[in-house]
Design a protein around this ligand. Structure first.
Ligand code: ASP
Length: 319
């Protein structure tokens, strides 16, 4: 039994581990751990008070995968509700679908009895958003941003791959050897409205298969979508590679991507024996894990696989 998480999962990993300790399921453990991160206003990359899109609206992405059955549920660009991970689980358990986005996701949240949160941003976070835009836009531009027809240009201006992203990953394996992965995020700050990252895309940001292991990603979601990173890593395990070899191969696939936009990527993974690993293309990144016999989680450095960053060519000043 084990819970592995990105380091911002610290606030929830005890609750997740306690569920396993009491004999609960990996699915329950993952949901409980992530809900605490989603409710934390200090974490601007997940749930309530997460950084908004370029219009100043918080849009959440989340997914869950059950490694026993490969059943999956995901929501994308969810507005007005905090607990995207619970909604992702409900998509998995209550619908014949895998992914709901936008208005349909909000509608389903209401139907499932989620409490609406019309103001997802605390005032200071709204100020951070406005100040970032203000570096390049006038106040009247910002006020009228909803009417603009040139958002693409401004998104390129505002997005900084180093500063404005983050996600929570949880992977749990319960006493029956069942594995579950969960991922939840507010995505890239100042993203184009409707943009989905890797977090709600099964196989990109999240994949679990009891027979081999599981993986989950944080970082530049577009890269994980293009390389199918979480699925690739599990596929490499299936091909007989060790957890370290499989993780290195998945990172190498990301490193070998072409194109103009390449930034930081991170992953956590376990194999079916419950061995764990954390990888990053950046220095000084860590992940956490906890087993039921541990009173607290342990934080470990991620192994670095270098991916040289590249970022567009617009000549505009990035914030
Ligand atoms: N992967 C997330 C996304 O692309 C953001 C992140 O983890 O930094 O939306």
């Amino acid at each position: 039994m084990i819970v592995v998480a990105s380091s911002n999962g610290r606030i929830g990993i005890n609750a997740a581990t306690e569920i396993l300790r009491q004999g609960g399921t990996a699915v329950d453990a993952v949901e409980a751990g992530i809900r605490l991160v989603e409710a934390n206003p200090e974490d601007h990359s997940v749930g309530y008070n997460g950084y908004p899109n370029i219009l100043g609206e918080v849009e959440l992405d989340a997914s869950m995968m059950n490694g026993r059955t490969l059943e999956s549920g995901a929501v994308g660009a969810l507005k007005g509700y905090v607990h995207a991970i619970t909604l992702a689980r409900q998509v998995m358990e209550r619908l014949p679908h895998v992914l709901l986005v936008g208005d349909g996701a909000s509608r389903f949240a209401a139907e499932m009895g989620h409490v609406p949160q019309p103001e997802m941003l605390q005032p200071e976070t709204r100020t951070v958003w406005a100040n970032c835009l203000r570096a390049n836009m006038s106040d009247s531009d910002i006020e009228a941003i909803g009417e603009r027809t040139d958002l693409a240009r401004w998104v390129e201006l505002a997005t900084d791959p180093e500063r404005t992203k983050g996600t929570v990953n949880f992977i749990a394996q319960d006493k029956n050897g069942n594995i579950c992965t969960g991922v939840s995020t507010s995505g890239w700050a100042w993203k184009y409205p409707g943009r989905l990252g890797d977090s709600p895309i099964i196989g990109a940001g999240n994949y679990a298969d009891n027979r081999y292991g599981a993986a989950a990603c944080t970082g530049m979601g577009e890269m994980a979508i293009r390389a199918s990173t979480a699925h690739s890593l599990v596929f490499y395990l299936k091909m007989g590679l060790s957890l370290a070899e499989a993780s290195e191969r998945a990172m190498a696939d990301l490193r070998d991507l072409g194109g103009r936009y390449i930034s930081v990527m991170n992953l956590v993974a376990i194999d079916k024996e419950g061995n764990h690993a954390g990888y990053s293309s950046a220095e000084d990144r860590s992940y956490i894990y906890q087993t039921p016999d541990m009173p607290e989680c342990e934080e470990l450095p991620r192994t670095v696989v270098s991916i040289p960053p590249r970022w567009g060519k617009t000549g505009l000043q990035r914030i």
